[in-house]
Design a protein around this ligand. Structure first.
Ligand code: PHE
Length: 448
């Protein structure tokens, strides 16, 4: 087996992890989840979930990865708890299913880059979405997106992932920042800011079941938790890095990008449509934004910039999703990275084809991941860190950290008690919502 790689620098790791975290979740789903789930009220719940639930769980994945220096599955065995490998297996499965539809949406982004250049969506934004979102074009674009992902992962951790994310992450910031400034000059932008930034507390208390599961699910998804991605990335990390410091940087930067995306999307939508679109379906972001871009001065250029940002963000995330199974297979079998990444990429692409043919199927993959696989994996990971693994993990958190023993003690108890209760509740609400959607339950039983 070849020598295991490590990141060449601390910044390299942070940027790769930020690249994983910042993705379609921040720029595509976050503004629209916010819009359809009560505006600023959703924002408040989401921020609480990111900092109080997501951040501690991220540290949990970091200690598992760095302590074991293994991929998500073997990590548990290397720490001495082989039976828990199944939790890592659940992560690999989830990353696989997620990548299958994530890549299809990545393909849509490619089509919208083409559409910004050719002017394809200018006439009828809805019709354009219909053509590119499902059917042969969607399958082809999905294949291209997967090929790009495979190419970067095949190059390896330092030459592929680290180098690519070092370029992509700063580019995302510069382009998004530029877009946010540009759209602030549009007439009507002010109403967009007002909508985005004024919380309606009544909405949080009124529809808890409606807001909490998507907000918590979104918090995990956006931080790339539960799939073993952060376990895999931190397994290439040196002992002198401070995990709490790196984790805080990653969480803060990821949150800033999501917030920034709102500063681009809401002014554009209010300037043109005067309101935000009602349904939050997968396509709303694309049709609403493309419709708006086609009407504002310089809109095509803004659109091109926006969809390029989206592509960079999606790619820097999809490589981490593919890295989960690639590192597992490569560590386990000793196969070379290149054939491993290519083989797995082809498999994922095949699994994604049904979602490229029917946006309804895509919605199902998405719902199963958000409501079931994600909370389940995170629940098991926190139970493992809190109750099963011995003190070695809390000690690992202290290595290289200047946050002190007090921090790791609070963290451990938080992960033992608060997190399982919070996630357990979310999981029940999530399963309930899946059953309601599938027609098994006629109406919600709790917190309806
Ligand atoms: N965090 C990514 C996003 O917001 C998605 C992702 C989830 C990537 C899990 C890797 C692992 O788009």
């Amino acid at each position: 087996m070849s020598e295991r790689e490590t990141w060449t620098s601390r910044v390299g790791f942070i940027l790769a992890a930020v690249g994983s975290a910042v993705g379609l979740g921040n720029i595509w789903s976050f503004p629209f989840q916010t819009a359809t789930n009560g505006g600023a009220a959703f924002l408040v719940v989401y921020l609480v979930a990111v900092f109080l639930i997501g951040f501690p769980v991220m540290l949990g994945e970091f200690v598992i990865g760095r302590r074991s220096e293994r991929n998500a599955v073997e990590a548990f065995r290397a720490l001495g708890f082989g039976e828990w490998s199944i939790v890592g297996g659940l992560g690999v499965l989830s990353s696989f299913v997620t990548l299958a539809f994530y890549s299809v949406v990545g393909g849509w982004v490619l089509s919208y880059i083409v559409g910004s250049v050719t002017g394809g969506y200018l006439g009828d934004a809805g019709a354009y979405f219909g053509t590119v979102s499902a059917g042969p074009i969607a399958v082809a674009a999905h294949a291209v997106f997967m090929a790009l992902t495979v190419a970067i992962v095949a190059l390896g951790v330092t030459d592929g992932i680290e180098r690519a994310t070092k370029l992509m992450v700063p580019a995302i910031f510069v382009l998004m920042g530029g877009l946010a400034v540009w759209v602030s000059t549009l007439d009507g932008a002010g109403e967009g800011y007002a909508y985005y930034l004024s919380p309606d507390v009544g909405v949080i208390t009124g529809d808890l079941a409606g807001i909490v599961p998507p907000a918590v699910g979104q918090a995990f998804f956006t931080l790339s938790l539960g799939f073993g991605a952060m376990i895999a990335y931190s397994s290439y990390l040196g002992r002198d890095d401070s995990l709490p410091a790196d984790g805080s940087a990653i969480v803060v930067v990821n949150t800033l990008v999501a917030l920034l995306a709102g500063f681009v999307v809401f002014p554009v939508l209010f300037a043109i449509e005067g309101s935000i679109p009602e349904s939050g379906g997968a396509g709303t972001a694309f049709t609403a934004l493309a419709g708006a871009f086609s009407q504002i001065p310089g809109g095509r250029a803004i659109g091109l910039g926006f969809f390029i940002v989206l592509l960079l963000a999606a790619l820097s995330s999809s490589i981490s999703l593919l890295e989960v199974s690639t590192s597992f297979v490569a560590d386990r079998t000793g196969y070379d990275r290149v054939p491993t990444a290519v083989g797995l990429g082809v498999l994922v692409a095949l699994v994604g084809i049904p979602t490229a043919l029917d946006t309804g199927v895509l919605g199902w993959y998405n719902d199963v991941v958000f409501n079931l696989l994600l909370p389940l994996s995170v629940l098991f990971i926190s139970l493992f860190v809190g109750w099963v693994a011995d003190d070695q993990l809390a000690a690992e958190l202290n290595l290289g950290s200047s946050f002190g023993n007090g921090f790791s003690t609070v963290w451990l108890w938080w992960i033992r008690i608060v997190i399982p209760v919070a996630i357990g509740g979310t999981l029940l609400l999530g399963i309930q919502s899946l059953l309601v959607k599938a027609g098994v339950l006629a109406a919600p039983i709790v917190l309806g």
